[in-house]
Design a protein around this ligand. Structure first.
Ligand SMILES: [Fe+2]
Length: 203
């Protein structure tokens, strides 16, 4: 018997946006980001503007946190940032995480597999830690890897804990790559639960 303790659970699904939503997003103003390696919308609360998109994203965020992870519905999920990304040929995003946030995600508007996958990094550097990251295995799997990349397709939504480090590989094609990124945080009552650590009994 194998018991996988403390996994990092990432959510993937897909949905369609309306033509009107696509048209609205195509008109969003973009500027070069601080690292000069991609374009990002000047407005970083886009889902406040486009409620029809927020309703669709929220459905998946709620599925992830309440049904898949088991967070109490006593907490509400609040979108506190959403921005559009455009990666031209050669553009990429360096390794980073999203601060002051619980759940982050991305929705792929226009991508294909040569335009840069999102790559996630295990902050424990794999099962055996940073001093044993380079070992030979018969084949890579979720237990023996410390990096993972996810195939991006149009209409895919990927959700992950905001603390999880990630990057985006360079766009190798002439056509721009478009994605919508967003952050959700918690709203609710936070009691002083210093002595109440969650544990799961293993039988
Ligand atoms: Fe990010």
């Amino acid at each position: 018997m194998i018991i996988d303790l403390f996994p990092t659970s990432i959510y993937m699904d897909s949905f369609e946006l309306s033509q009107e939503d696509h048209t609205n997003l195509s008109q969003v103003k973009l500027s070069r980001n601080r690292d000069q390696c991609a374009w990002v919308s000047s407005h970083i609360h886009l889902l406040d503007w486009y409620q029809s998109i927020e309703v669709k994203v929220r459905k998946h965020v709620e599925q992830y946190v309440y049904n898949d992870i088991g967070l109490s519905r006593g907490y509400n999920m609040q979108c506190h940032g959403a921005w559009l990304n455009r990666n031209d040929k050669g553009d990429y995003t360096e390794i980073h995480h999203h601060s002051n946030s619980l759940i982050s995600g991305v929705y792929y508007l226009s991508v294909n597999d040569q335009q840069g996958r999102i790559q996630f990094y295990d902050d424990k550097d794999g099962l055996f830690g940073r001093y044993f990251t380079v070992l030979n295995y018969t084949e890579p799997n979720n237990r023996n890897s410390h990096r993972a990349n996810v195939e991006c397709k149009n209409g895919t939504i990927v959700l992950f804990p905001s603390r999880l480090k990630h990057s985006v590989a360079p766009n190798l094609l002439e056509e721009p790559r478009f994605s919508l990124a967003f952050d959700y945080t918690l709203e609710g009552i936070f009691d002083a639960m210093v002595n109440k650590v969650n544990y799961v009994p293993v039988k």
